[in-house]
Design a protein around this ligand. Structure first.
Ligand SMILES: C[S@@+](CC[C@H](N)C(=O)[O-])C[C@H]1O[C@@H](n2cnc3c(N)ncnc32)[C@H](O)[C@@H]1O
Length: 323
């Protein structure tokens, strides 16, 4: 396993800069990228198993049931393929696809990377035991700055699963796709997992589960700030709030201050006042329609080549060809 050097001034410095900037804004905000410390990654694994969190289950079913057709998009011929997965997490869903992909004649090198060391350790262990014959180069890296060094000659296919693109606002999503496109050559591709617009109550339940695991996942961000940069958030003075707006197709999560209070960070000389009921905006999860996906793909420098749905059309895995 290698480590991206851009993370060398990690995490504490970058997190401190991020928190000082985000908590000074109106409305206050913190990026969901910071949710995945070891405890956050552990809680996210629990979320993926929740009955309400349909996303993982449905995406996994598409990758499993349509693995043959998806593999044909990734490796259409005999040319070797570098499969580059951004924000791979523990790689559980990708393993299913790779088992099928490896039956094709094209050799595959899998380059997963994730900002979470915990996720990469889990992935490395899983693949070592379940697919030991695969050529694998896991990296700890930030997908805003890192790109693995693949072979000059192999076809490259990037993967961005788990509805991760939905965490970006429209313009950020376009520039993220353009960034991916900038590393690809014509005829390379991107396999993208996107959540679709559906009954709002199904979507809302996914971000506000009855066992309150999502709440614990979000509040853990404050625990992380206390531990890594020395803030003094009192955790039970904040609660998780999620909403979904069918008007713009976005689910949003917030941490809400239960009382008027001041949070301090001596190390940073920071003092942040909260009014009772004031929110920290933590995460957006955009839900798409097929025309929205096409518009994003075109703006990002791609063209939709294939789209794979589950039986209920709740979710789509899209193969985009680099234009
Ligand atoms: C919603 S999970 C999805 C994981 C996996 N792709 C899946 O579909 O199961 C998001 C993953 O992205 C990772 N992540 C978040 N921000 C990141 C960043 N800036 N760079 C790299 N990975 C990041 C998290 O650590 C987490 O593993």
């Amino acid at each position: 396993m290698t480590h991206d050097n851009s993370l060398a001034d990690t995490d504490a410095c970058a997190l401190a800069r991020h928190a000082a900037d985000g908590l000074a804004r109106t409305p206050k905000q913190l990026s969901s990228s910071w949710l995945y410390d070891a405890e956050g990654s552990r809680l996210f694994q629990q979320i993926m198993d929740l009955p309400e969190y349909y996303l993982t289950r449905v995406e996994h079913s598409i990758l499993r049931d349509q693995a043959q057709a998806i593999s044909a998009c990734i490796a259409p011929g005999v040319a070797a393929v570098d499969l580059i997965e951004l924000g791979s997490g523990d790689g559980a869903k990708t393993l299913t696809l790779l088992q099928k992909l490896m039956q094709r004649s094209a050799p595959v090198v899998y380059h997963p990377f994730d900002i979470s060391a915990h996720a990469i350790a889990e992935l490395s262990q899983r693949f070592a035991s379940e697919l030991p014959q695969l050529q694998l180069t896991p990296t700890i890296g930030d997908y805003f700055t890192h790109w693995p060094t693949p072979s000059d000659v192999n076809r490259q296919v990037a993967m961005f699963l788990g509805s991760n693109l939905g965490n970006f606002r429209q313009l950020e999503a376009v520039s993220f796709l353009q960034r991916i496109r900038s590393f690809l050559r014509p005829h390379d591709g991107l396999l993208l997992g996107v959540d679709l617009q559906k009954d709002p109550s199904i979507i809302l339940a996914a971000y506000d589960d009855s066992q309150h695991i999502t709440a614990a996942f979000n509040v853990n961000l404050l625990r992380r700030l206390n531990r890594e940069i020395g803030t003094d958030f009192v955790l039970d003075q904040f609660h998780h709030y999620a909403c979904y707006s069918p008007l713009d197709g976005a689910a949003r999560s917030f941490l809400v201050s239960r009382t008027a209070q001041t949070v301090r960070c001596a190390q940073l000389g920071l003092s942040v006042d909260f009014a009772a009921g004031e929110c920290i905006y933590v995460e957006q999860s955009q839900k798409y329609t097929v025309p929205m996906i096409d518009e994003l793909a075109t703006a990002g420098g791609f063209q939709r080549e294939q789209i794979f749905f589950d039986a209920e059309r709740w979710y789509a895995v899209v193969y985009l060809a680099a234009r």
